[in-house]
Structure formats: structure tokens, C-alpha cells
Design a protein. Structure first.
Length: 78
């Protein structure tokens, strides 16, 4: 039973990865908008860029891990 629940939290396809990246991007832009209101000027803009930049890094890592896992599966089958 626990294995079935644990499988819900595993990213299996690129589509699922893109959905997660999209959700991360929505949250980052909302946080960035709050930063723009709290810190007007350059400070808020830099924090906004930092939040969106983190999504780019996380998205790239997620997609790389999917590619790596797919390669491992194919190597194990041969």
C-alpha cells in the first residue's frame, strides 16, 4: 500500500515534469510580484529575477534527471 502511495510522488513522464515546472513558475512569479511591492526599485527587480531564475535551474534539473533515468532503464534492459 505504501508503495502505491509513494508512486504518486514520482515524476514519470516529460508531461508531468512540465506540469510541475509550470506550477513552480506560477509560485515564483507570485512571490516575485510580492517582492516588487515590498522592495521597490532595483532590490525588488533583482529578487524577482532570482525567483524566476531558480525555476529555470530546477526545471533543467528535473528534465535532466528524467533523461538520465530513461537511459539507465534502457541500459538495464540490454
Amino acid at each position: 500500500m505504501l508503495r502505491k502511495i509513494a508512486r504518486l510522488f514520482v515524476i514519470k513522464t516529460r508531461f508531468e515534469a512540465f506540469l510541475i515546472i509550470y506550477a513552480l513558475a506560477l509560485g515564483a512569479t507570485a512571490r516575485g510580484a510580492n517582492y516588487l511591492h515590498q522592495y521597490p526599485g532595483w532590490g525588488g527587480k533583482l529578487l524577482f529575477l532570482a525567483t524566476t531564475g531558480a525555476v529555470f535551474l530546477a526545471g533543467a534539473k528535473i528534465l535532466d534527471c528524467l533523461k538520465y533515468e530513461r537511459g539507465e532503464k534502457e541500459a538495464a534492459q540490454q
